[in-house]
Design a protein around this ligand. Structure first.
Ligand code: DP6
Length: 371
């Protein structure tokens, strides 16, 4: 029994990601990386400590919506017990982001033993408006994780690209779960799933099967319905799944949907895709409506857009569909081949439902990179 629990604690430590102390610590320098946001097709909603998902999720990595982060590092003369970092967001100090980074550093210190040896200045900015209701934690945490891994590479030059990306995803996950899915693209899976080879809870992997050309150049136009502050933080949201009356069935359903989506992504079945993706979006919101406390994160305009999309699909036979994050904004997903007609539809019929008429055109992308 003792052995068993000791073993499981060890397993949770992920020893493969604990790097040895390096004797070759660079003195100072600056690393800049960029990482995109991602949009889940099968949603991650519900987690267990530390930041491990209750079900496997799959997402499109985005391209235009991204964070650009620079990490300047300078070796400290005297190493203290505290992390030493400053944070600038769009060129200005941002004290309210610091606790999140502090927590992130505490969680990843074991895996990056050099962190306390440096003074860091982290400068970060997003290509999308901060108050747009687009979650910046996925792009932000993955960009920072990749910067730190590039620094680690300077100490361990034998680190392969594959190992570097894998550990960047592992670290990003400890910052924000969905962030681990942004390191690579175009489609990534996070969470252990019986039918997806090498899938696991610790880091995301590239979808390891052939993707039908129908999905190769998918577009995502994000309608900014409500740019207000998030009503429910993701941590509080995930917590609502503990003791949720439908949680168990939901986690099973997510696994079933991922199995179906695996086949659909390979066969190119656009109708099948729409059914799973829209059902996942509505299920995510249904989970929030049926938890205690309960929340409605959609706004009247979210519902109007959904109805318009359904009407448009009925009239035109289009493959346009929607998905939602934990908020009111609507992500419109469609194949590149329909782009012209759908952008016409958006500008003529849907922009009216967007706050200040704002929307963002994005598409599937390839993940984080060093600049
Ligand atoms: C609704 O990754 O933001 O976007 O792990 O607490 O940082 P934390 O949560 P977060 O949750 C994202 C939830 C979601 C669905 C998804 O992206 O899969």
């Amino acid at each position: 029994m003792y052995l068993c629990s000791k073993l499981s604690i060890l397993m949770k430590d992920y020893p493969q990601f604990i790097s040895s102390e390096s004797i070759r610590l660079p003195n100072e320098g600056k690393i800049t990386c960029t990482s995109p946001s991602n949009i889940a097709l099968v949603k991650y909603w519900g987690k267990r400590p530390v930041q491990l998902p209750e079900n496997a999720s799959i997402s499109f990595t985005l391209d235009a919506c991204k964070t650009i982060t620079s990490v300047s590092y300078k070796k400290r003369d005297v190493v203290s017990e505290d992390f030493d970092f400053d944070l600038l967001f769009e060129g200005k100090p941002k004290p309210d982001f610091k606790p999140k980074i502090q927590r992130f550093f505490e969680r990843i210190e074991k895996y990056l033993p050099f962190l306390k040896q440096y003074t860091f200045t982290i400068e970060t900015s997003n290509t999308f408006p901060h108050s747009s209701g687009i979650a910046s934690s996925a792009s932000g945490m993955s960009a920072l994780a990749l910067c730190l891994m590039q620094l680690e590479k300077k100490m361990h030059s034998d680190l392969t690209d594959e190992d570097l990306l894998q550990k960047a995803s592992f670290l990003a996950r400890l910052g924000s779960g969905s962030a681990c899915r942004s390191i690579e693209g175009p489609i990534t899976v996070w969470g252990s799933h019986q039918e997806i080879n090498n899938s696991n809870d610790a880091f995301a992997i590239k979808f390891p099967y052939k993707i039908h050309q129908n999905f190769e150049r998918y577009c995502d136009t994000i309608l900014l319905i409500d740019k207000g502050e998030k009503q429910v933080s993701s941590t509080v949201g995930h917590d609502l799944m503990h003791g949720h009356p439908f949680a168990k069935r939901r986690f099973e359903q997510a696994a079933e949907n991922l199995t179906k989506l695996k086949g659909i992504l390979s066969s190119g079945d656009l109708h099948g895709f729409i059914k799973i993706v829209e059902s996942e979006a509505l299920t995510l919101h249904a989970m929030m409506m049926t938890s205690l406390p309960y929340f409605i994160l959609m706004k009247p305009n979210t519902l109007s857009v959904i109805n318009k999309v359904w009407e448009y699909r009925k009239q035109t036979g289009s493959s346009l569909c929607f998905t939602l994050d934990a908020g009111a904004n609507v992500h419109l997903l469609y194949p590149d081949s329909e782009k012209e007609q759908i952008l016409d539809f958006i500008t003529s019929e849907l922009v009216a439902y967007c706050q200040n008429g704002q929307y963002i055109c994005d598409k599937i992308g390839l993940g984080a990179k060093m600049l």
